[in-house]
Design a protein around this ligand. Structure first.
Ligand code: BGC
Length: 753
């Protein structure tokens, strides 16, 4: 896009004070204008699944009102669609709504990893898997930006809990950051160049994200190639000058009367070089240039069309977890609806992402539209304790008289929100008591769940013949859920997060949410399914799981590996045939996992590296191809400070979800050895696992006392000792002279090559 501002000229003409003012906003939602030079203020606003535009009011927790906007499904919900194309379309709609209120940058999406199911803000995040989160983020960012509106991908980085979120120090080893917490950001930066990235509130390894030079400048700018602007989360700048120096371009909201003055003083004292301030101002001006065309628009959006898209998205977000034949509902099912949430919908979460919806679908009304008069009982109160016995009794009566019961239960708003974490994963006791009573009165119960984060489902699954996870599906959730129940839409959602049997099964449990302002990511790489798989733990519903009203078959797996590690162009194409083997049209999500069989480092059992959502008519088949790049095989090597692919076998597993992978192919990848050079201080095992090294040791030892050192048994006991230590021990014919000889001999051929 041609910048409307001449950035270079402006940088020449702006005074230091004006430049400093530009690096903070002018108010809660606006950048700073410089009227003298024709630099306007542009507006930014939440949020990820619907606009929270507050042209006159301001708060960051959604307490004050905002302009009516379409509330699309929250991130937990929409991630279950596994459909970046759908996110792209939602992005375009969000952008249109932004254009209609002259808003230049939407503060979203949130792409933090779901490290623990307890994070209060999980409903605003996509997944426990970085690959899936990255692909979905690309979809929505591309969608929004294709309509000339910017995004702010947040919260960079390691913001995976709400407890003490402004102060907590997330202590994460680099490999875990690189493989789990940063890849979604990396992917979206490389593929979609968001206009802005929002830094997190928390510290990462001892440094506030806003002051973290390594995160902001080294990794985000230099390595990932981020070209846009880095903005603070609202209030995440604790020390203005260190933040500016670390790479933060824009402080929001501004600390007026403090920040600009501090920046001017730091430039005058030489603490901040002029080029650094100019680099930050350049990013602000480039953002304003991209965002200012929106200021003059006189556009609107069509509420009906957007509501229809929200309904389609809500239906595609639904994950069918169990179905003993009750769904789709038969026309003569004789349904009754139970559950306050069917009448008083919970469709979004609280905090900065809270939208003032243009309208709200009510599931009960939607079902009545289809089935005529439908009996209803509340069954429980939301967040109340009194009156439950009477409500239960009424529900029992309604259930007894019904053919099939649709029972809606879920988490009350007070249970999960921005600002705090959950302390348990249970559904409210009064709702479970109501479910027990209803199921005793009528076993034909379909349970519909409304919740932003996963809940413990053991008892629910036992009492439900069909179980529908509907998440917080946005303002049209009522309609979308009805579409799935009636069969107007065949569910195609798949879990973007595992559902454990117990909260304690989750790998982060021992270290969540930390204490004394520190949280140690002790489980390392093993969050979500990576943890359950490594611990060989049974889960209630695995990552990637979801049923359909039809069935799918997979066949003819082929994996074609191209290029090479040495040339840096390793790639693979995974081809598989998907068949709809049931009686109705539907969509399967083909999932590709990679397992590095031979590895010198501990790796997850398998990791999602590709997927494709395939729509098929009943009886139809299609061949799909999924591309894997080099990264699909690589791990972050702490020793090499780089991504490396090791030689050896990799299993490519293809299937329906992370624990149902019927097709596998083993490929062998050739790659240069990553072993460190052998020296006097290498261990006996390291010497023995290198063919040339082994030969040298054997020759040397055979000259002396053959048996001793090389017996397997002894090797396993002393094998981890450095050779130099063994040489001290004597008696093994490996004295220091012998060691010098073999170390030199091992180096010789390498020196020559
Ligand atoms: C949240 C951000 C949000 C900002 C502005 C902060 O408290 O963490 O996600 O965009 O407020 O409302």
């Amino acid at each position: 896009m041609t910048p409307v501002l001449d950035v270079d000229r402006l940088l020449d003409e702006l005074t230091v004070a004006e430049k400093a003012s530009l690096t903070s906003g002018s108010s809660f939602w606006y950048t700073a204008p410089v009227e003298r030079l024709g630099i306007p203020a542009i507006m930014v606003s939440d949020g990820p699944h619907g606009l929270r535009a507050q042209p006159r009011e301001s708060d960051h927790v959604g307490l004050a009102g905002s302009l009516p906007a379409t509330c699309f499904p929250t991130a937990s919900a929409i991630a279950s669609s596994w459909n970046p194309g759908l996110l792209h379309r939602i992005g375009q709609a969000l952008a249109q709504e932004a254009r209609a209120c002259n808003l230049s940058v939407i503060l979203g999406p949130g792409i933090n990893m779901k490290r623990s199911p307890l994070c209060g803000r999980n409903f605003e995040y996509f997944s426990e898997d970085p690959f899936l989160a990255g692909e979905l983020a690309v979809g929505i960012v591309d969608g929004i930006q294709s309509r000339g509106v910017g995004t702010s991908v947040k919260h960079y980085a390691a913001n995976n809990q709400e407890t003490d979120r402004l102060r907590v120090d997330a202590q994460v080893d680099e490999r875990t950051l690189r493989e789990i917490y940063l890849p979604a950001f990396e992917r979206v930066v490389r593929a979609a160049q968001p206009w802005t990235i929002m830094c997190a509130y928390n510290k990462v390894n001892g440094r506030s994200a806003s002051e973290n030079t390594w995160l902001l400048s080294t990794v985000l700018r230099e390595e990932f190639g981020f070209e846009g602007l880095i903005v603070s989360d609202w209030g995440a700048v604790y020390r203005r000058v260190p933040a500016l120096l670390a790479g933060l371009d824009l402080e929001m909201p501004p600390a007026l009367g403090r920040s600009p003055e501090a920046v001017v003083a730091a430039v005058e004292s030489g603490e901040v070089p002029t080029e650094v301030l100019d680099a930050r101002v350049r990013k602000v001006l480039e953002l304003v240039a991209k965002g200012m065309p929106v200021l003059d628009l006189e556009e609107s959006f069509d509420e009906d069309t957007h509501h229809a898209l929200a309904r389609e998205a809500a239906a595609e977000s639904v994950v069918l977890l169990k179905n003993d034949g009750l769904l789709p509902l038969a026309p003569d099912a004789g349904i009754a609806v139970i559950g306050e949430f069917a009448r008083t919908p919970r469709f979004q979460g609280a905090g900065s992402s809270q939208v003032t919806p243009t309208r709200v679908d009510v599931l009960l009304d939607e079902l009545r539209e289809v089935y005529g008069e439908v009996p209803f009982a509340a069954g429980y109160g939301i967040g109340e304790t009194g009156g439950d016995a009477a409500l239960r009794e009424e529900a029992e009566q309604v259930a007894r008289a019904a053919g099939t019961v649709i029972m809606v239960i879920g988490l009350p708003g007070a249970d999960e929100s921005e600002g705090f974490d959950r302390t348990h994963m249970n559904l409210p006791a009064n709702q479970l008591a109501a479910l027990r009573a209803v199921a005793a009165a009528n076993p034909d119960v379909v349970v519909v769940l409304v919740n932003g984060s996963t809940v413990i489902l053991g008892e629910v699954t036992a009492h439900a013949k069909a179980l529908v996870e509907a998440w917080l599906g946005g303002q049209a959730a009522g309609g979308g859920i009805a579409d799935v129940l009636t069969g107007a839409v065949n569910p195609s959602g798949r879990l973007a997060e595992s559902v454990p049997h117990r909260m304690e099964d989750n790998s982060a449990h021992l270290n969540f949410p930390g204490d004394s302002q520190v949280v140690r990511y002790g489980e390392g790489l093993f969050i979500g399914y990576r943890g359950y798989d490594r611990g060989r733990q049974d889960v209630a519903f695995p990552f990637g799981f979801g049923l359909s009203y039809t069935s799918f078959g997979l066949s003819d797996l082929k994996v074609l590996v191209r290029g090479s590690v040495t040339e840096g162009n390793l790639e693979a194409t995974v081809t598989v045939t998907v068949s709809n083997t049931g009686g109705v049209a539907g969509a399967e999500v083909v999932q590709v996992y990679v397992d590095d069989v031979e590895s010198s480092v501990t790796r997850p059992v398998r990791e999602l590296k590709g997927f494709a959502k395939v729509h098929l008519a009943a009886g139809a088949s299609r061949e799909v191809s999924i591309e894997l790049d080099r990264r699909a095989f690589a791990f972050w090597s702490a020793r090499h400070s780089d991504w490396v692919v090791e030689a050896g076998e990799f299993v490519i597993a293809v299937g329906h979800h992370s624990r149902d992978l019927p097709l596998t192919a083993t490929v062998r990848i050739e790659a240069p050895s990553l072993a460190a050079p052998l020296t006097r201080d290498s261990t006996l095992q390291e010497w023995m696992s290198d063919p040339a090294g082994r030969q040298l040791v054997e020759e040397e030892v055979e000259n002396g006392q053959p048996a001793a050192v090389l017996q397997d048994e002894l090797l396993s006991v002393i094998g981890t000792m450095p050779m130099s230590t063994l040489a001290n021990f004597g008696g093994m014919s490996l004295d220091h002279d012998a060691l010098d000889r073999i170390a030199e001999a091992w180096r010789q051929p390498r020196r020559a090559s």
